[in-house]
Design a protein around this ligand. Sequence first.
Ligand code: ME8
Length: 511
Amino acid sequence: MTKRFYVSTPIYYVNGAPHIGHAYTTIAADVLARFKRLDGYDVFFLTGTDEHGQKVEQAAAAAGVAPQAYVDRISQDFRDMADAMGVSYDDWIRTTEQRHIESCTELWKRIEATGDIYLGHYEGWYSVRDEAFYDEDELVTLPGGTKIAAKSKAPVEWVKEPSYFFRLSAWGDRLLRFYEENPDALAPSSSKNEILSFIRGGLRDLSVSRTTFSWGIPVPGAPDHVMYVWLDALTNYITAVGFPDTAAPRWDFWPADVHLVGKDIIRFHAVYWHAFLMSAGLEPPKRVSSNGWWVVDGEKMSKSLGNVVEPRALAKTFGLDQIRYFLLREKPFGADGSLNHQAIISRMNVELANDLGNLAQRSLSLIAKNCDGKLPGRGPATAEDTALLDAANALPDLVRLNMDRQTFHEALEDIWKVIRSANAYIDHQAPWALKKTDPIRMAVVLRVLVDTMRVVATLLQPFMPVSIGRMMDQLGVPLESRSLAALAAPLADGTSLPTPQGVFPRYVEPA
Ligand code: ME8
């Protein structure tokens, strides 16, 4: 049976240029997608842009451009950014596409047919920045009397308009049961607790259409209403796998294995989305996993705060793979972390250039010099050889587990433990001193090092595809032998290795 894996990112609002926060969730999804492909899965990796709603309409108006022309331009910028970050998405979805409009229209009709949608009147607080309805108790009042959303600090306005409602209040018990029966369906546990207490607090029916602007998907049979942008946006995850055509080739990917989202949008993904799907008779996603913030000078980086870091510029300064590595290494996925150049430089120089780069360079130079550039064969193993090789061979399972939990930093820490052990091993074995005294042992030691680095490199490919591809070339690993399954077959003794070249340069401050 084919093993399938469906991973998605949020689709990003096209109300401004992409920043490193967007790149982060997308790169994390890319690492997961690449890892699953390496592990033999048929992967569907979806990302794209969220293009309707009042916030985007206002951004287009502010830019003096018609909404469609505006979203075309910004969506392309997000796509260029994803391409520049080496992101291997399988589909780029845009909510202004015809396939998506059809999919939303059909989802709406199915929910309506169950009796879960009714016409009413909304009167209450709305934040355009968050595209969210807020209850009074979710707001704080500033000294001047202005109200803002307590959590996001976004301004709110009083809205009064005819609106269709979704009977969310009817789904609380079903949602609680779902999370009880599927303990891994929401991570990390802090997000889960927040969501469970929100549901337990009692769910109110949700306004799912707007009438005071027109940039959205018309409600079927009520063209003066456009669908609430979150109903529209969430539906992207089923549009892309063919909904409503359940005979579409990609439909087998549903339910998605994991939606990666920022922690600001968990409520939409873990309450509203599940209820919409359940109401329409569709399965909810298997897991929603949320990431914490990149913070700059103590503030969450965001378009509206204007403190954003441009991902392409960062990659130009430090190197793309270096940035990808840093983002996944520096902080746990679910936690906040601070983005600063010193931290990037330190990871780059200590872990990439010293620990990994030097290990490869030292071992491969000795093979070039002392073994005629040919991969030595395996030989009788000492206890130290076995200890290192066992640690390396245990890595794939450890990394698999961490990938499934989105604990990317722990996967990297596990890999680095082996790299550090390999450095201790080479120092202790001192193969450079064995050339004259015991060349056979020298060859065995170098082969142990290559075998160890091969496992390490195989597992690091998803994080740093280009640099590690080059390292694999140097280790003499053929292209078709770079998967996890291929680790079972040893590299061919006597393979000619190319002249070693450093893969991870040190960062030197420009003069
Ligand atoms: O919310 N640190 O789009 P959006 C880490 N269109 N991640 C960050 C971040 C930061 N400082 N800033 C943003 C939307 N992100 C909706 C989603 S999905 C059906 C619709 C990431 O453009 C994080 O993943 O505001 C967050 O959830 C997302 O960008 C928000 O992007």
